[in-house]
Design a protein around this ligand. Structure first.
Ligand SMILES: Cc1cc2nc3c(=O)[nH]c(=O)nc-3n(C[C@H](O)[C@H](O)[C@H](O)COP(=O)(O)OP(=O)(O)OC[C@H]3O[C@@H](n4cnc5c(N)ncnc54)[C@H](O)[C@@H]3O)c2cc1C
Length: 371
């Protein structure tokens, strides 16, 4: 029987992880990337795998999807490393979510209460225990939630490894295409690159991140996916022993194995501009030393920004189109696309295999829900 051929539009973490899952199941895959794989939001990400720190409100389908992906990560990252032969600093560091005021303690308790129902090993730590866990933490911090099961990767290298794994497993990766236009999709999908080359397949996966909203006219659907810029910076942390992902309501700090400390991130609207602004970085610099006082004496050596694919209701668009089930949307992962890669990849492969998503994901993530 002829193998199914899947076209994937977009070579960020989501397109690449979909490709990886499909290749494992023996399908033919072509990734069409207008620029370079991992060159947009994916390459800008801090790489946290931290649903407990990121999602403070009551659990919803987005949280449970994030949690499912976190549980898949240890095995998934081993597979990617094995197939690619590359490393990307998967680090099971655990995390500390810090507060400064007595009045915030109640919030921590309710947060930990519902998270424990989802298998979190988290605990509230204070005083000596907190100092032992993170010796350089400011003594202004009065308590933190310690979540031992959160981790991080070096996102740009994770995307490179995933790309390499996909190539080795037989994917065709067409990058630097400048533009890719969908010429038809109702029946056989046909996509055309700027140089006039046409690509056809049995299935189309739309994984074009923050640019997905530009496909509204093509599909005749409302696709409220829009870019939210994240400005972020990195410090050299030589001589400073930082052990965990540290976050507060103001932002986060992630100690990378390569000796840097990543500090993010703004959430501002700038269209498709990926420049950094003085104000955006100053907001990070003016806050982070209240978490780690040694930062007051240092300046970031690198600043950058990326465009998160945000959606109107905060949930991704993940599923088949009703009238064209060979078209799968996998976009709008906002702040958690790195974390969500393993679960999204498998979901896309299940959808192409003809299986559905679990009910609570299917309804919440249905790509046509805004139309
Ligand atoms: C500063 C910052 C920090 C972040 N930190 C984290 C974190 O710690 N943990 C986490 O899980 N997530 C984090 N994120 C979010 C994460 O980066 C995104 O959710 C994720 O990268 C989205 O992946 P994607 O593949 O959908 O999008 P992208 O990586 O943007 O990839 C989309 C790709 O599609 C291509 N494309 C667009 N249109 C077309 C077209 N017409 N044809 C062909 N190709 C096209 C683009 O060139 C791009 O390469 C962060 C994001 C930012 C900006």
């Amino acid at each position: 029987m002829k193998k199914k051929h899947v076209l994937i539009m977009g070579g960020g973490m989501i397109g690449l992880s979909a490709a990886f899952s499909l290749l494992k199941r023996g399908l033919d895959v072509t990734i069409l990337e207008k620029s370079i794989c991992g060159g947009q939001a994916t390459g800008a990400a801090a790489g946290m795998l931290a649903p407990f720190s990121e999602i403070s409100e009551d659990p919803d389908p987005f949280f449970t999807f994030c949690l499912e992906s976190l549980r898949r990560f240890p095995e998934w990252q081993k597979e990617v490393k094995r197939e690619s032969g590359m490393d990307f600093e998967y680090t099971e560091s655990g995390s500390l979510h810090a507060v400064y005021h007595e009045s915030d303690l109640l919030g921590l308790e309710s947060r930990i209460g519902w998270q424990k129902r989802f298998g979190s090993e988290a605990e509230i730590v204070e005083g000596d225990r907190l100092q032992q866990l993170e010796p350089l933490l400011s003594d202004e911090v009065i308590a933190a939630i310690y979540s031992p099961d959160e981790a991080h990767v070096y996102a740009p290298e994770c995307a490179q490894a995933l790309e390499e794994a996909c190539r080795k497993m037989g994917a065709v990766i067409e990058d630097r295409l400048e533009s890719v236009t969908i010429r038809s999709w109702l029946n056989e999908p046909v996509l055309e690159a700027a140089d006039g080359r046409r690509f056809s397949g049995d299935h189309l996966v739309v994984a074009s991140g923050a640019w997905s909203g530009q496909l509204e006219d093509t599909f005749g659907l409302r696709i409220p996916v829009f870019p939210i810029r994240g400005q972020i910076c990195a410090y050299d942390r030589e001589g400073a022993d930082v052990r965990h992902i540290i976050s507060s309501s103001q932002g986060y700090l992630v100690p990378k194995a390569n000796g840097t400390l990543v500090n993010g991130a703004s959430e501002d609207i700038s269209g498709f501009d990926t420049g950094v602004t003085e104000k955006g970085i100053a907001r990070l610099v003016n806050w982070n030393y209240r978490m780690l006082p040694f930062l007051k004496e240092r300046q970031p050596f690198h600043t950058w920004a990326g465009l998160r694919p945000a959606t109107q209701d905060g949930f991704p668009l993940l599923g088949r189109l009703a009238d064209a089930p060979h078209v799968i949307f996998a976009t709008g992962h906002y702040r958690n696309g790195i974390l969500l890669s393993p679960a999204t990849g498998e979901a896309v492969a299940d959808l192409i295999d003809g299986a559905g998503l679990e009910d609570h994901f299917r309804n919440a993530f249905f790509p046509e829900r805004f139309s």
